[in-house]
Design a protein around this ligand. Structure first.
Ligand SMILES: NC(=O)c1ccc[n+]([C@@H]2O[C@H](COP(=O)([O-])OP(=O)(O)OC[C@H]3O[C@@H](n4cnc5c(N)ncnc54)[C@H](O)[C@@H]3O)[C@@H](O)[C@H]2O)c1
Length: 382
């Protein structure tokens, strides 16, 4: 029987076409690509596409999201995979350092980990690379002078913004909430922290599932947008006090912490969809004096029972909820196929010397966006 990874590879139509093209043109011949990205079925399709272009691919996962079946599949295909699933930051950093020990020519980064670490463990010959996320862009932008090489930020492509961050993250956060908790959404009060592309999609999907959605964003322009989209925009504390479910997706740290425990209502569920597990201070909340007992249900649901009897539930320890729980699937195959086609084309452009060093931590070039958009439409609707 074919596996889910095979299913994903068959449905990544853009990556399939690029794989064929790369196998003939070999844009990465003789080059090593180092990656630190979630290892799951769709990234398998991307890494094998890069390998088909002649690259030696050396990869490790991100915190908490590595899927053993993806690691086994990659290793069987000849990709070097360092480490396995871990929630330990120190182990993760060791794995990232081991990727850099291979002295890659190009980096495919996710969250800025590899480029940041390269500053401490410099080696010559790094041509540049890509950064997948908003959080990574925020981390790397202040380091431009030190990095001084082409780094294209996939997240800043309009395609990634609407196809993945808005539509697909929204859909997969809803799917994950239902899969992990099996709880109703209809009539529930859901508060979304952050109304960027991801938050917009999360809010829209929960509203489509008949929840009553409120939005909290520190930016009044984003709050206005949420208001005009039909969501409530109460003050932060009011929103927290009435929420059955709180979802953070801001990219910022300390959005919900121990000081919020008195506000939350009995049974409130907290989940994070932002990249780093820092938006909900899960550990600090669990060890707050107001917590009388701490227990775990299956599938990554932790319950904090407070001294006054209220129970607060935190999903996946505050790690990205849409890559957690039983049989996590992440974003839709088509949305990832689009984002990863951008990745493949950007790395190709850098490998071929088509991007200037001054294009350091900048969005995907418009011509690559157009190329990928045209390919998707032509392929599916010839
Ligand atoms: N779960 C996934 O699959 C997935 C996919 C893509 C991106 N992400 C992550 O989701 C996060 C958000 O991404 P985005 O593209 O929507 O970012 P964005 O920058 O477009 O939006 C973030 C929003 O959060 C708001 N915000 C920041 N700090 C806040 C605070 N303290 N209180 C309230 N609002 C605050 C900002 O004003 C902004 O409107 C990032 O961490 C990103 O890496 C997750």
């Amino acid at each position: 029987m074919k596996t889910r990874i095979d299913w994903v590879r068959e449905n990544c139509l853009l990556l399939r076409a690029i794989t064929q093209e790369f196998a003939a043109a070999r844009p990465f011949a003789g080059k090593t690509i180092g990656t630190g990205i979630h290892l799951e079925p769709k990234t398998v399709a991307l890494l094998l596409t890069l390998q088909s272009g002649g690259a030696r691919v050396v990869s490790t996962g991100n915190l908490n999201s590595t899927q053993p079946s993806a690691v086994d599949y990659l290793r069987a295909e000849g990709v070097t995979v360092i480490g396995g699933q871990t929630t330990e930051l120190s182990e993760h950093r060791r794995n990232l350092a081991a990727v850099l020990d291979h002295r890659p020519d190009l980096l495919l980064d996710n969250g800025g980990d590899l480029f940041d670490l390269w500053r401490e463990r410099r080696f010559p010959g790094l041509l540049g690379g890509t950064e997948e996320t908003t959080s990574g862009r925020m981390r790397l932008a202040p380091l431009r002078a030190e990095l001084a090489m082409p780094i294209l930020v996939i997240n800043d492509s309009p395609i990634k913004q609407f196809a993945e961050n808005e539509h697909a993250v929204g859909q997969s956060v809803l799917e994950s909430y239902l899969r992990i908790t099996n709880r109703v959404t209809n009539g529930q009060r859901v508060t979304v922290f952050g109304y960027g592309a991801c938050g917009r999609g999360v809010a829209a999907n929960f509203r489509a599932a008949n929840a009553k959605v409120s939005v909290v964003d520190r930016d009044p322009v984003r709050r206005l947008e949420a208001h005009l989209d039909g969501h409530d925009t109460p003050g932060r504390d009011t929103a927290l006090a009435s929420a059955d479910l709180v979802i953070t997706v801001t990219g910022a740290r300390g959005i919900i912490g121990p000081a919020d425990l008195p506000l939350l209502k009995d049974g409130a569920i907290l989940a994070n969809a932002g990249h780093f597990p820092v938006e909900i201070e899960a550990e600090a909340m669990a060890s707050a004096p107001a917590v009388a007992r701490r227990s775990s249900f299956a599938d990554g649901v932790e319950e904090l029972e407070l001294t006054d009897g209220r129970r607060i539930r935190i999903l996946a320890g505050g790690h990205m909820v849409n890559l957690a729980g039983p049989r996590p699937m992440g974003n839709s195959i088509e949305s990832m196929d689009l984002g990863f086609a951008l990745q493949a084309r950007c790395l190709e452009a850098i490998a071929l010397g088509q991007v200037a060093a001054s294009d350091c931590v900048v969005p995907v070039p418009r011509r690559i966006d157009e190329q990928v958009a045209s390919a998707y439409l032509t392929m599916r609707y010839p």
